[in-house]
Design a protein around this ligand. Structure first.
Ligand code: SF4
Ligand code: SF4
Length: 128
């Protein structure tokens, strides 16, 4: 069961990533400018504790997980980054696009429901 739920989680994060990445690649004058070393560090910790994955640093001097074609971590291993867009962060929605916003929150809800089961122990312990 855990295996199936984790597989679904990976799918949901991949879909979320496709949804949010479109916003950034299409609309951002400074794509990836919101990346910071501390978010990479969070992703490294998260991947290790929740998924037992050791993310390897890249050549990038400022951003440990940034590669030639963008972030090298899979979407489910860097949830904060995957879920982030400027519109959601600032306004809690994509203004003027109710369908996009509805889909965003649908995926986020599905993710939260699965994570509550899969990571129950860690959530109780208050881990990231
Ligand atoms: S979240 Fe905002 S700043 Fe970051 S890449 Fe997307 S649009 Fe640009
Ligand atoms: S998207 Fe990747 S490179 Fe950017 S801050 Fe997040 S983990 Fe680091």
């Amino acid at each position: 069961m855990q295996h199936d739920l984790r597989a679904r989680l990976i799918e949901h994060y991949a879909e979320l990533s496709a949804l949010t990445a479109r916003e950034c690649s299409g609309a951002c004058a400074r794509p990836r400018s919101c990346c910071e070393e501390r978010y990479c560090d969070i992703a490294v910790d998260y991947a290790k504790t929740r998924w037992q994955v050791e993310l390897q640093p890249t050549w990038h001097k400022a951003l440990p997980l940034m590669g030639d074609d963008g972030c090298t971590a899979a979407p489910h291993l860097r949830p904060i980054c995957t879920a982030h867009t400027c519109e959601i962060c600032t306004h809690g929605e994509k203004r003027g696009d109710g369908a996009w916003t509805a889909r965003y929150y649908e995926i986020m809800t599905a993710i939260a429901e699965i994570e509550a089961v899969v990571f129950a122990d860690a959530i109780v312990r208050g881990e990231p």
